[in-house]
Write a protein that binds this ligand. Structure first.
Ligand code: ASP
Length: 337
């Protein structure tokens, strides 16, 4: 397994400046944990004595459970915070909630919030206070969802080479990301990882959910860091050009909870224009696979039968792989042994 000491990041908040070499470290480490998870005894003492706190200020099913299981498999002690039954409802601020868990000896905070920027704000506060607490972003507003994009990356790379997943496997592969791009932190994080891997990324969605500005989404990275990562991002307001010869199709949920206006004529019309069906997948390369971060609106972004088809859908593998990838992240930032 890659020694955690070769990893230099303290927090994982976004993927915008992650390098292909760092992605490979995460993928290789996740592969080691996949092997651990196939054993009879699935627990390793890596984070024994460390406290991992899940601070989920926004509802979550799979991400919270996945992080909790990952921490437990690494033998960490876990704490779970749920806003409904907490002092937040008594007026406590988010930073004070974080400081309460700091005082209990938390080593790693896994944070989800409906507002973009909260994990970064807590990470800044933990640094300002001179603590050693590390922060993992488990999804903030429309900004980023790094662990989801990393498990997507791992799932695709494992399909191409199960024994040795690495980013170069995706070089030149065509990946269509379809649907509500505007509100999707999953799309934003995937754009960073997939373009860094050298994939050809095509975004498709109705104009209301795919603003023109996305064409320049990766521009600031090249400007700010002078990296020579050539990023290939294309946009379409129709589905077909994105699907033609695609190797992977990533569908996204319509995020009604983040929509401020009526952005679609109707769900039926949306499905007619952008819903992924068997018929439409005929435009893709043979062997195409479909991904979805979940939760899925069956029959809206993708047809129900497709979701359950093990030949076409990678959705169960995404959930399974999520645990190994989150173990890798906890191990790397936790400096595990
Ligand atoms: N579960 C993902 C997220 O938290 C995707 C979604 O909610 O649609 O962003």
């Amino acid at each position: 397994m890659t020694p955690a000491s070769s990893w230099t990041r303290r927090h994982v908040i976004s993927l915008w400046d992650v390098t292909p070499a760092e992605y490979d470290t995460i993928l290789t480490t996740a592969a080691s944990f996949t092997e651990v998870l196939s054993r009879r005894n699935k627990k390793v003492p890596t984070l024994q004595g460390q406290v991992v706190t899940n601070l989920f200020f926004e509802p979550s099913t799979r991400t919270r459970s996945s992080f909790e299981l990952a921490a437990k498999r690494l033998s960490a002690d876990t704490l779970n915070f749920a806003p409904g039954s907490s002092s937040l409802s008594k007026g406590e601020t988010i930073l004070d909630t974080a400081k309460t868990y700091l005082a209990m000896g938390t080593d790693i905070m896994v944070i989800r919030h409906k507002q973009s920027g909260v994990p970064q704000a807590i990470a800044n506060e933990m640094e300002r206070l001179g603590t050693n607490v590390r922060v993992l972003n488990a999804g903030d507003g429309q900004h980023a969802h790094p662990s989801q994009a990393l498990l997507d990356l791992y799932t695709m790379c494992c399909l191409l080479d199960e024994k040795n997943p690495r980013v170069e496997l995706l070089k030149g592969k065509k990946i269509a990301i379809v649907g509500d791009i505007l509100h999707s932190r999953v799309a934003r994080s995937n754009i960073w990882s997939l373009t860094a891997a050298g994939a050809e990324v095509h975004l498709a969605g109705p104009p209301t959910l795919l603003p023109k500005g996305f064409a320049n989404f990766t521009q600031p990275l090249n400007d700010q860091t002078n990296t020579d990562i050539p990023r290939d991002l294309q946009m379409h307001w129709q589905l077909e050009p994105a699907l033609e010869n695609a190797d992977f199709v990533m569908t996204l949920r319509l995020q009604h909870e983040r929509m401020t206006d009526h952005m679609l004529p109707s769900l039926r019309e949306y499905h007619q224009q952008f819903g992924i069906t068997r018929e439409r997948l005929k435009l893709c390369n043979p062997g195409v696979k479909v991904l979805h971060p979940g939760p899925v609106n069956r029959g809206v972004e993708l047809s129900s039968d497709l979701m359950d088809d093990p030949e076409l859908s990678l959705i169960p593998q995404q959930v399974t792989n999520g645990v190994a990838v989150r173990m890798a992240l906890l191990y790397l930032i936790g400096g595990g042994r």
